[in-house]
Design a protein around this ligand. Structure first.
Ligand code: ADP
Length: 275
């Protein structure tokens, strides 16, 4: 489902000394089935933006449309249960949200809450535990007896269990080592391709944006500074560097990107020949 922001502002704590305009006049379209990366410094408004997609936050002015759901400033009634069934949201450190006695119960919680029978939910839990790289023996364990990485995988299975058509990933690999981060991103990339989800990734990592996203949005001070295809990272490399968002200029990484995307021309400063 397409996601459309039209002239959206978001103000925290309005009319208090702590008032903060976190989003200013945001208009953008995230096409159905696309993989969009949102990059920008801490405090630039990325989390605020994505929290409008599942109705966690409402616009102070403007409109957010998620498929057939419309959320407007001042609107009282939104069918949040229905919206959240469609939009899965993986927060930073999702393992902090585990709470059930067993892994199976935790994975089943969302779908059962959304009306799926226990039997069907259990079937999904059995499938998903493998999708996130764990075996079926984990289902009977307490989530609190697992390692941090295993807990995160269980929490992600719990989000996927509702079969969301939109997947919002807000720094889902926060705190993982580079290998763990790569595995996590590969998991989401495969899920995105297999299920044709509309995927929105908030990330600090330009490499992940360049590797996985079709559309890149650069946030700065609550505004969209740039928006374009993956090639934006190369074409606007200078501007991004000025914002402190440059690509890591490593030979291995650039070579991989060149091969992966069959880039015929990359700007000189990123050309790997002779480096
Ligand atoms: P990012 O995700 O890019 O780090 P955020 O969307 O979290 O940025 O924050 C944007 C701005 O809004 C920041 O200045 C932040 O301090 C402020 N902010 C975020 N959440 C709240 C909140 N709950 N109350 C008040 N201000 C907030």
């Amino acid at each position: 489902m397409d996601i459309v922001f039209s002239e959206v502002d978001h103000c925290y704590m309005p009319k208090t000394p702590f008032e903060k305009m976190a989003l200013k006049d945001i208009s953008l379209t995230i096409p159905s089935g696309s993989f969009t990366a949102i990059i920008g410094h801490t405090g630039s408004g990325k989390s605020t933006l994505v929290q409008h997609i599942n109705g966690l936050l409402k616009p102070t002015s403007g409109t957010v449309q998620v498929g057939s759901f419309t959320m407007k400033a001042g609107q009282k009634k939104i069918d949040l249960l229905h919206l959240r069934k469609k939009v899965g949201h993986v927060f930073q450190y999702p393992e902090h949200q585990l709470f059930e006695e067993t892994v199976e119960k935790d994975i089943c919680f969302g779908p059962v809450n959304f009306g799926l029978s226990k039997e069907h939910a259990t079937k999904r839990a059995k499938e998903l535990i493998k999708v996130v790289g764990l075996d079926a023996s984990f289902l009977d364990k307490s989530p609190f007896h697992l390692s941090g990485g295993q807990m995160r995988r269980v929490a992600i299975a719990g989000v996927l269990a509702s079969r969301p058509s939109v997947l919002v990933l807000d720094e889902p690999a926060a705190g993982l080592d580079p290998e763990g981060r790569d595995q996590m991103m590969e998991l989401f990339s495969t899920y995105h391709k297999d299920h044709n989800t509309t995927t929105i990734l908030v990330t600090h990592h330009m490499e992940d944006a360049a590797k996985y996203a079709d559309q890149i949005i650069v946030m700065h001070n609550g505004k969209i500074k740039m928006c374009g295809g993956r090639e934006l990272i190369f074409e606007e490399a200078k501007k991004l560097e000025e914002l402190g968002l440059g690509l890591p200029n490593t030979v291995r990484f650039l070579q991989e990107l060149k091969e992966k995307f069959r880039l015929t021309s990359v700007p000189n400063q990123f050309d790997v020949e002779g480096t």
